[in-house]
Ligand binder design. Structure first.
Ligand code: 13P
Length: 249
């Protein structure tokens, strides 16, 4: 694992949230209750980044984006470049989320070029990887994960990186991987990352909620969570943070 030993609880708001909801969330959430044990980050939509940035920083919460384009500037209508994210106060950027892989058709090669652009401008990618239900049932989970991680070949040593293992079948479905599946898969992911020379923090994602967070965050090799639906409400997101503090302290 990297030097960063704290668990990271990151909220991916996906295509949800307007200004008033963001304000309500921040009013209700308050401060990171245990910064020594847990790092917290939020990835709201692009339109909220600037307006949330200062307030989140004062609450001890890191800011991230859900995507970035792989060029520095120019005629790329509708795209957002890494410098714009830095300008908005982002530290993290989610790359390779399964929704972008499957709905938008993002390839591993495209994801790598977005990673390069992110590193060039000091952003830390949260690289999402995960298998579909069919792939798990066909016993090819590790082959798929190794293919997705192979984009790290030749990446600059020591480049800031977090990986999120999100089984596609667990995203937004209310189904979570069992603790055995999570422990086994995270061990494989860490082993692959080590082989590639990039062992880093590995988060779990997929229907994490206040009821399952403590158990999931206690699994060996799990160093945090990427939370979708349950990060939209301040109370459930805080419950996940508190469950994580309990799991790690
Ligand atoms: P849910 O927590 O809503 O299942 O979403 C997980 C996810 O995709 C986070 O990136």
């Amino acid at each position: 694992m990297s030097n960063e030993t704290r668990h990271l609880i990151a909220g991916n708001w996906k295509m949800n949230g307007a200004l008033q909801e963001a304000k309500d969330f921040m009013d209700a959430f308050g401060q990171n209750p245990s910064p020594d044990h847990v790092e917290i980050a939020l990835m709201p939509p692009f339109t909220l980044l600037h307006s949330m940035s200062d307030r989140l920083a004062s609450m001890g919460i890191m800011l991230g984006a859900q995507n970035v384009y792989n060029e520095d500037k120019g005629a790329f209508t509708g795209s957002i470049c890494p410098l714009m994210l830095r300008d908005a106060g982002c530290h993290y950027v989610i790359l390779g989320h399964s929704e972008r892989r499957s709905i938008i058709g993002e390839s591993n090669a495209k994801i790598r070029s977005k990673m390069n652009a992110s590193w060039l401008h000091g952003l830390e990618p949260i690289l999402c990887i995960g298998e579909t239900l069919e792939q798990r049932e066909n016993g090819v989970t590790n082959i798929i994960l190794a293919e997705q991680l192979a984009i790290l070949k030749g990446a600059p040593k020591g480049a800031p990186l977090t990986v999120a293992y999100e089984p596609v079948w667990a995203i937004g479905t209310g189904k979570t991987a069992s603790t055995e599946q999570v422990t086994e898969t995270h061990a494989f992911v860490h082993q692959e990352l080590q082989r590639l020379g990039h062992d880093c923090r590995v988060l779990y994602g997929g229907s994490v909620n206040p009821g399952n967070a403590e158990e999931l965050m206690s699994c060996p090799g799990v160093e945090g969570a990427l939370v979708g639906g349950a990060s939209l409400k301040a109370d459930s997101f805080m419950d996940i943070v508190n469950a994580t503090v309990k799991a790690v302290s």
